[in-house]
Design a binder for this molecule. Structure first.
Ligand SMILES: O=C(O)CCC(=O)C(=O)O
Ligand SMILES: [Fe+2]
Length: 380
């Protein structure tokens, strides 16, 4: 009896973890045939075109932040995952470069917080881009120490996520970037969530061997607001599970420019990124797309052209890396932080150091860095 229960628990508990390991494994490489690719082909029975509110965002408003008219977006929902919306790269050609540049050059700047701040002085992490540009743009061919940009694993924006207490707090806040808020506002409005407040952001910087462990994002105090995710650079396998760790996940590709919205019943689902992989052949890569905006920019555009010089470094970086940005509304209307935050609000499972340590090798100062950028999920 005891043995049988143990066996059931074991196989149940292992479902997500097994899938994570399956896609993470390099030798032999996994079979990707079950991975959903929203950028290809006609919707299958599991993939349903999603209805967007194209009247909520004018074409002009969309173009200001580098997006195509909403009626042209390819948006999907997934059967069995109510509230989950996948938007297959709705960016105007050439405009992703602006967002990549912001993620690499601007958002890591003070007063935003990054993993390097955990063991370096503020003056040392003040100009990550400037301190990396020379070594990255003119490699000597010899083995050189990694640049700060190459060592960047996470950046937090707005209410800065505290990896130790797994909470946000009123006294750790800096202004959220206005451009990223505007992009988030338009995408959430098109998905049926007007008036979204971008209050916190987490940027994950993934190297080729990085992964992100199994977790739920539940530290935000208002779960009726959606969680928004933008991906740039190399592709990833994203696993979307259920409300229990035991539920087997669905695997899907996230390519550069793709967006996801987790809302309603899908807001609190387990998810993970077991693998980073090159964009598939024939898929327009960002490097090919480059930094030339094809459509002429409006006067009040948020998205601006990226200089050739900046793009040279960005394209070198994203040649083998991926950047993911999640934007969160933390508080509901009229809501404020409790006096003492409730501990452990983010449910992290499967890793010794919490999901993001392993993943994008996020270190919390006192925690040990792994020698590689990834950590296998371990039962806790
Ligand atoms: O990189 C991704 O696609 C997922 C990121 C994520 O789940 C997070 O930051 O909480
Ligand atoms: Fe997450």
């Amino acid at each position: 009896m005891v043995r049988m229960a143990a066996a059931v628990v074991e196989s149940g508990e292992d479902a997500f973890r097994k899938m994570f390991k399956f896609y993470k494994k390099r030798n032999p490489p996994p079979d990707y045939s079950a991975v959903i690719n929203f950028s290809r082909g006609a919707p299958s029975d599991k993939i349903v075109p999603a209805d967007l509110d194209s009247a909520a965002v004018s074409d002009v408003e969309a173009a200001r932040v580098g997006l195509r008219p909403v009626r042209d977006w390819r948006a999907f929902s997934l059967q069995g995952y109510p509230g989950f919306i996948f938007i297959s790269n709705p960016f105007l050609s050439g405009s992703q470069s602006y967002w990549v540049r912001q993620c690499l050059k601007i958002y890591p700047q003070k007063p935003n917080i990054c993993n390097l701040d955990m063991h370096m002085s503020p003056s040392d992490t003040e100009d990550i881009w400037g301190k990396s540009v020379h070594a990255l743009s003119s490699p000597t061919g010899k083995k050189e120490p990694k640049t700060l940009l190459e060592r960047l694993r996470w950046v937090t924006l707005g209410y800065h996520y505290n990896w130790d207490t797994k909470t946000y707090s009123a006294n750790s806040y800096t202004p959220f970037p206005a451009d990223l808020h505007l992009l988030s506002l338009q995408v959430t409005a098109a998905c049926g969530f007007p008036g979204f407040n971008s209050e916190a952001g987490i940027l994950n910087y993934y190297r080729p061997d990085s992964s992100l462990g199994i977790h739920v994002d539940e530290s935000e105090l208002d779960h009726t607001r959606p969680l928004l995710s933008f991906s740039f650079g190399q592709s990833a396998i994203f696993l979307l599970g259920g409300t229990c760790r035991q539920d087997p996940p669905t695997a899907m590709y996230m390519h550069s420019g793709d967006m996801m919205l987790m809302s309603g019943q899908s807001r609190l689902l387990y998810h993970a990124v077991p693998r980073i992989l090159p964009a598939p052949q024939g898929h327009t890569t960002l490097e090919m797309e480059g930094c030339s905006l094809t459509s002429s920019l409006q006067e009040d555009a948020v998205v601006e052209p990226v200089s050739e010089e900046d793009w040279a470094l960005c394209s070198r970086y994203i040649h083998n890396s991926r950047v993911n940005v999640t934007v969160r509304q933390v508080l509901g209307p009229g809501q404020s932080f409790p006096e003492t935050p409730s501990p452990l609000q983010r449910t992290d499972t499967g890793q010794t150091d919490g999901p993001h340590d392993g993943a994008a090798d996020r270190d919390h100062g006192k925690r040990k860095r792994s020698s590689s950028d990834s950590v296998d999920p371990v039962e806790t």
